[in-house]
Ligand binder design. Sequence first.
Ligand code: ZN
Length: 264
Amino acid sequence: MKCRLCGSENLYLFYQQGNNNQFDFYRCRSCNLVNYDLQGGIDQKKYTDTFVDPSFHFHKQYKGQEKTFEFISRHIPQPGGLLDIGCGNGSLLLIARDHGWKVTGMELSNFYANELGRRYGIKVITANFLDYFPSPEEKYDLVTLRHVLEHLPDPISAMQRISSLLREGGIALLEFPNIDGAEARFRRFLAKTRLHRRNYKEDYFPGHCHEFSEKPFRLLCDMTGFRVILWETYSSKTILNGLNRLMKTGSKARALIQKRSAPV
Ligand SMILES: [Zn+2]
């Protein structure tokens, strides 16, 4: 098996999932990316679930979206054109619009597109961004992709699609799990020492094709013409959030990256 990011064959078994340890995750010694062995099968429904929030109403999801927007306005004070890929119920778009952004969403589901248009007059493109080829005039200042990257078998082409949606010098905000976060480390420790065994459902299949951390994410950006402006980690629940941020050991990562103006 080869690393799907850097192509190295120097991988080692990092951890396994499933009640019979039948799902293998290999870590690349060269770039540190964790590659799930896709031959074990993947839960594609989970993949669409990240695009489609089952409830339309604002609830617990809203708080996360507020934090995301706080982060955006802290680092990009000047509003512009925003595209939120996988916009779900549109909370982020509504908050951003209230703060002067010109907002567009992208969703797989017609339902969300129609509801957001009808109720709030927000434009939502119904498409899978991996198959979406924008016209030369369709360029955004900011593209957001939250908790989608890890579900995609080909992160390189995903980043190229994001790049095609951005103007020169445009910015993308990505959020995804941090495999080197303290929580993930602790869970792996419990599993390894058999202190705690997770019980998997009968029909369980992994939903993530890859697990990123800072090093492979920076490489991915380098390979696809992006510059990392800011990398930070966060946790949504732990009371140690402040410490985790400081130590960069939060369970999730948030990165701000900029499209380079000249092709690399
Ligand atoms: Zn690699």
